[in-house]
Design a protein around this ligand. Structure first.
Ligand SMILES: Nc1ncnc2c1ncn2[C@@H]1O[C@H](COP(=O)(O)OP(=O)(O)OP(=O)(O)O)[C@@H](O)[C@H]1O
Ligand SMILES: [Mg+2]
Length: 351
């Protein structure tokens, strides 16, 4: 369906801790960029965003400092978030005038009202007009292809950079969900500490992330081949020399990552234990779907499946599910209830 006013744009935006994705209505995903802003040290003005800011960080450019506006899935630096979102909205809309676009977005499923408001406020400050915000699991489950409005329960577990956002969904609504500040960033932090303790080497968080992506596994026996998401970080061989330069004994890395994943397993077990016995037993047969960048760690789906008693499968294109769900809902806004808490999957698939 066309907008009533042809010059009014509609966009969907997944504002993640590590990555921002933007799609325009009836178009594709037009922005996929790291959620970073580089500021010039001398006058605190933003000079680069996304990939370019990340390159400056990697190259250790001293004239700039780099800010990640979101931490643990929520806006931590309002000014940086607004500046970054304005840049990406303008990039997405290109030559279309930035005429207060309608923006569909998602906040962590169990977010506080304060952090929900902060996201809406950052988008408004970035130039958005109407902002429609929904719980992230509704979008992620839709993007992962789960039948969110079936009368049975489906489960989606999104393990991103800053949060693990998981929910049981049924009849187009979330019946129970959690958002906890655990994900890729907490694994990087565990590596910084573990490598320092075991090998006496002090790594930056960025170096720890590179090592995590290179090893790519929670299980030493699965850690030898290139990581599934290696394409996101340049080719495996490109990075091999950089990794060697850190001087870290890599065979200790899977165990450190494994141990750092245990709190995630505990949180998921907690969520699953709260569900009615009938629903638990149903999920024990049908399983749950994992999304988010961190879900790509080899061995993680079996680890979480064994710990929780719910078999886990990783979605296709796991880092895009939230965005794809938002995009599908944007293209069928009538499928979303007015309070943004219910999605009619039937309406999505009919159009
Ligand atoms: N192949 C991989 N193996 C393990 N971790 C990966 C892989 N690819 C990416 N990651 C990690 O996934 C995280 C980014 O995932 P994603 O883009 O889903 O997060 P996000 O949506 O920005 O964050 P959040 O949803 O938590 O706010 C980073 O921590 C990154 O290190
Ligand atoms: Mg995410």
């Amino acid at each position: 369906m066309m907008s009533l006013l042809p010059w009014v744009s509609e966009v969907a935006i997944d504002v993640g801790t590590a990555n921002v994705h933007v799609a325009v209505k009836d178009g594709g995903v037009v922005v996929r960029e790291p959620a970073l802003v580089a500021y010039r040290v001398s006058n605190d003005t933003p000079v680069a965003f996304g990939t370019e800011a990340k390159q400056m960080l990697e190259q250790g450019v001293t004239e700039v400092y780099v800010v990640q506006p979101l931490q643990a899935g929520v806006v931590a630096d309002m000014n940086a978030a607004a500046v970054m979102l304005r840049h990406y909205l303008q990039k997405a809309l290109g030559r279309r005038p930035l005429f207060s676009p309608t923006v569909l977005t998602a906040y962590p499923t169990a977010a506080t009202q304060v952090s929900r408001r902060a996201l809406v406020q950052a988008l408004r400050a970035a130039g958005a007009g109407r902002v429609i915000a929904l719980q992230k699991s509704l979008a992620t489950a839709t993007g992962a292809g789960l039948a969110v409005d079936a009368a049975t329960t489906a489960m989606v577990i999104d393990i991103g950079a800053g949060t693990t956002d998981a929910a049981a969904l049924s009849m187009g609504m979330i019946s129970d969900g959690i958002s906890v500040p655990l994900g890729g960033a907490s694994l990087d932090e565990a590596l910084v500490r573990g490598i320092k303790r075991q090998q006496g080497i002090r790594l930056s968080h960025h170096a720890a992330e590179e090592i995590k992506l290179h090893v790519g596994s929670v299980d030493p026996s699965l850690a030898s081949s290139p990581p599934a998401g290696a394409a996101n970080m340049g080719s495996f061989s490109d990075k091999a020399d950089d990794i060697k330069a850190f001087g870290v004994q890599l065979d200790e890395v899977p165990d450190i990552i494994h141990d750092a994943c245990m709190p995630i397993a505990e949180e998921l077990s907690w969520l699953i234990e709260q569900l009615p016995a009938k629903v638990r037993s149903h999920l024990g047969t049908t399983g749950a779907v994992m999304t988010g960048g961190t879900s790509q760690l080899r061995g993680l789906s079996s680890l979480l499946g064994n710990r929780t008693g719910v078999p886990m499968a990783v979605a296709t294109d796991p880092m895009s599910c939230t965005m794809l769900g938002l995009q599908a809902i944007l293209n069928n806004l009538h499928a979303l209830s007015l309070d943004g808490r219910r999605v009619s999957f039937a309406a999505l698939t009919r159009s």
